[in-house]
Ligand binder design. Structure first.
Ligand SMILES: C[S@@+](CC[C@H](N)C(=O)[O-])C[C@H]1O[C@@H](n2cnc3c(N)ncnc32)[C@H](O)[C@@H]1O
Length: 238
């Protein structure tokens, strides 16, 4: 059945099953992507510099299964062009740090990017890569420093791709406590059952809506992301 899983129709069916299962798991907290403005425009597609830098990063610094998927890169680029954030929190440094800082270098309005990692080694590698690309290497810090010193920031966009899955589960409540009504929080690797359970467990108490980004971010490793937004309190009366 390996051939079936790898075929286009096989992939289509697997993706459709995941979307249906996710809808069921999310229940009333789930929101449709139809509610989001995701209209394609040429400006919101990653340019050739992003594409070639992604190939370079995957080939020489990291590996494709560790770096955010190109599907997620494309979605994040679209979001950046659409919401034009003033503050981005990039949790789990690497190519995502390049992407956000490339955006920062091209944005008309100032945009601060804070990139964190729980590994000094990967933070250092990210620092070096950003320097070789002549991008800002300001605001690169360890997670522990960030969460004790910068926990009063008001982010427009958070990418949660920090460390390994146990660390992801442990830090999730702290990350969600950073969110404000305008914050879009994108959490990667929701194909991991334990992480999904952990996110779903936060929904009732944290008053969140959750969007399944599988239709847009599903990749050939079977990875996908979800997005969370704070629920409008008026929704509670509907
Ligand atoms: C999924 S990776 C983060 C990827 C990052 N957002 C990116 O776009 O490249 C999660 C964590 O694994 C570590 N990491 C990054 N690249 C790695 C690699 N090639 N091998 C092992 N660990 C890696 C870092 O500590 C990082 O916080």
């Amino acid at each position: 059945m390996k051939w079936f899983k790898q075929s286009a129709i096989g992939q289509y069916i697997i993706k459709a099953r995941i979307i249906a299962a996710n809808q069921k798991e999310m229940g009333d907290y789930g929101r449709s992507l139809r509610g989001l403005s995701l209209a394609e425009s040429p400006k919101s597609k990653p340019d050739s510099i992003i594409e070639s830098t992604y190939q370079e990063y995957v080939g020489s610094i990291s590996t494709a299964d560790k770096v955010i998927s190109y599907e997620l890169v494309a979605f994040l680029w679209h979001i950046l062009q659409t919401i034009k954030p003033k503050l981005v929190i990039d949790l789990g440094s690497g190519f995502s740090s390049y992407l956000f800082r490339y955006y920062q270098s091209t944005a008309v309005e100032p945009c601060r990017v804070i990139s964190c990692d729980d590994s000094e080694h990967w933070l250092e590698r990210t620092h070096h890569f950003l320097r070789t690309k002549h991008l800002s290497s300001d605001d690169l810090m360890l997670w522990d420093t960030f969460i004790t010193q910068c926990n009063n920031e008001s982010p427009d966009l958070i990418l949660d791709d920090l460390g390994q899955i146990p660390a992801r589960i442990k830090t999730l409540p702290q990350i969600l406590s950073l969110t404000r009504p305008q914050t879009l929080t994108i959490i990667d690797d929701l194909h991991k059952y334990q992480l999904r359970r952990s996110v779903l467990g936060q929904l009732p108490s944290m008053k969140y809506h959750v969007y399944d980004l599988t239709p847009i971010t599903y990749d050939h490793f079977g990875r996908y992301a979800w997005m969370m937004t704070l629920r409008n309190t008026n929704d509670d009366h509907n």
